[in-house]
Design a protein around this ligand. Structure first.
Ligand SMILES: Nc1nc2c(ncn2[C@@H]2O[C@H](COP(=O)(O)OP(=O)(O)OP(=O)(O)O)[C@@H](O)[C@H]2O)c(=O)[nH]1
Length: 460
């Protein structure tokens, strides 16, 4: 799928002060129409035009753009009061403070179609893609099931679908011009912290405010317990009946790597289906909180107003990766304990090095029973989002997360191939026994098995 140019509405004018040509994104094409030039003439002169640093005309609510190359005008279609351009070159978009909200991606360096190769059942996947982006719940459910598959042929279909959805999501971002429209929030806390009650109340608050909310779960323990603890619809009865919400249980089998990978993929699919707030829930089992912190824009830790044993589930280090600590159940008899816990976390956070240049972790209180603190919490998340977006951190983090996602795929595939390798498979129990009996070190056993895997050792 070659990168396509996206038509947009722009006006162009010459600055009287420096005689440079400026290109404006018309938020108000009618007002801006008075400044339109004859672009046909302009097109003839583009080879000698350089578009330079643009300024903001807040009075007309126009956003300015700086174009890298005049050749960006590849194609011009004239309309009565607006012009549609197709830009082939990257565009930089500046906010009033000159920080970059959005940078259009460079053209792909590899041919994605070539990488994907022949896809069996491509028509079926194209239909699924259409169902998904038109926002049908059935389309989304089937798409997530497809990416969770372990069938090799279906995995290829899943990658084709994901490629199309990623491209679709990027196009939506480009149309928005203010960066991603979606917001991904990770939520973790010990069992009984009040996560499901909180997600239900927050979810309802958001759907009532016009948002579309997806709730996804990361629960690798479900593979050992045989059932899915999180994301269980019975835990959120009201939200699961809400047509603007989508709740998806954790896949019922798989390793942490596998589950987190399919959650990453589910996030992309939910965004493609038009869900703008994605809540990813996890419990403190394995390393799942850390995995979730690496796939969301904001990570929240839910703490109940309790102490000692009840807080045992909170792992060391998890507070460091939290952007907001939410003290739950702040009501009735629990109010004094909630205040005390809030104070303790405020003090603790003071000594931690913040992960962001623009955000210091905050502690807030909510009561899901009394529905208090929810709008304030949402305001906090929006403040976080805005600051991170304007500073460029949000997009930088998402880019880094894509790299981690790639690494997770590679790690999983190599591990699976290693375990399935016939000679490794035959040798592994013997080597494990030797390590456990203390005859050889784990490092030496690993080196030997890897050499066998790579074909460096014959039959010995
Ligand atoms: N007083 C009070 N109780 C709450 C509040 N929110 C949840 N609870 C209670 O806390 C208990 C646990 O709540 P859940 O929402 O199931 O907690 P959870 O973290 O999802 O628990 P797990 O499903 O075990 O992970 C339930 O008995 C809830 O009724 C609250 O705001 N105030």
């Amino acid at each position: 799928m070659a990168a396509k140019s996206i038509p947009r509405i722009f006006t162009v004018r010459k600055c009287t002060a420096n005689k440079h040509w400026h290109c404006y994104h018309c938020l108000n094409p009618v007002k801006a129409s008075s400044t339109l030039l004859n672009l046909r003439k302009l097109q003839q002169r583009t080879s000698s035009l350089i578009f330079q640093s643009a300024s903001i005309h807040s009075s007309t609510k126009q956003q300015a753009f700086s174009l890298f190359s005049p050749k960006a005008f590849s194609h011009i279609i004239q309309r009565p009061s607006i012009f549609l351009f197709n830009f082939l070159k990257p565009i930089r978009c500046f906010s009033a403070s000159s920080s970059i909200y959005y940078r259009a991606p460079q053209k792909s360096v590899v041919d994605v179609e070539h990488l994907l190769g022949n896809i069996d059942g491509i028509d079926h996947v194209n239909k699924l893609f259409q169902d998904l982006v038109s926002g049908t719940r059935m389309g989304l459910a089937r798409a997530i099931t497809l990416v969770e598959t372990s069938h090799p042929g279906k995995q290829r279909q899943a990658q084709y679908l994901l490629t199309k959805v990623l491209e679709h999501n990027k196009a939506m971002e480009r149309n928005n011009f203010k960066g991603p429209q979606t917001f991904r929030i990770g939520l973790s806390g010990p069992p009984g912290a009040g996560k499901s009650t909180f997600i239900e109340v927050l979810g309802k608050f958001l759907t009532d405010s016009g948002h579309k909310v997806a709730v996804l779960a990361v629960d690798p323990s479900s593979s050992t317990t045989g059932g899915s603890l999180l994301g269980d619809k019975t835990r959120m009865p009201n939200l699961s009946c809400d047509m603007r919400a989508y709740i998806r249980a954790s896949p019922s089998c798989g390793t942490l790597g596998g589950v987190t990978r399919s959650t990453n993929e589910a996030i992309v699919l939910c965004e493609g289906a038009g869900y703008d707030v994605i809540l990813v829930e996890t419990i403190g089992v394995g390393q799942s909180e850390f995995a979730v912190a690496d796939m969301v824009d904001m990570f929240c830790l839910l703490i109940p107003p309790a102490g000692g044993d009840e807080l045992q589930g909170i792992k060391k280090g998890i507070v460091e990766v939290s952007d907001v600590v939410i003290v739950t159940k702040c009501d009735g008899d629990l109010l004094p304990a909630a205040r005390r816990i809030q104070g303790e976390y405020i003090s603790a956070l003071k000594f931690m090095r913040p992960r962001s240049r623009v955000w210091k972790p905050r502690v807030t209180k909510v009561s899901s029973l009394e529905k208090t603190g929810i709008p304030e919490l949402w305001d906090l998340t929006q403040e976080f989002r805005q600051l991170r977006l304007e500073s460029g951190e949000l997009l930088a983090t998402r880019r880094k997360q894509l790299r981690l996602w790639l690494a997770s795929h590679v790690k999983d595939h190599i591990m699976a191939r290693f375990q399935q390798h016939p000679r490794v498979h035959a040798l592994l129990p013997k080597m494990e026994k030797m390590v456990m009996d203390g005859h050889i070190t784990p490092g030496l056993a690993a080196d030997y098995l890897l050499e066998v895997f790579e074909g460096g050792r014959g039959d010995e």
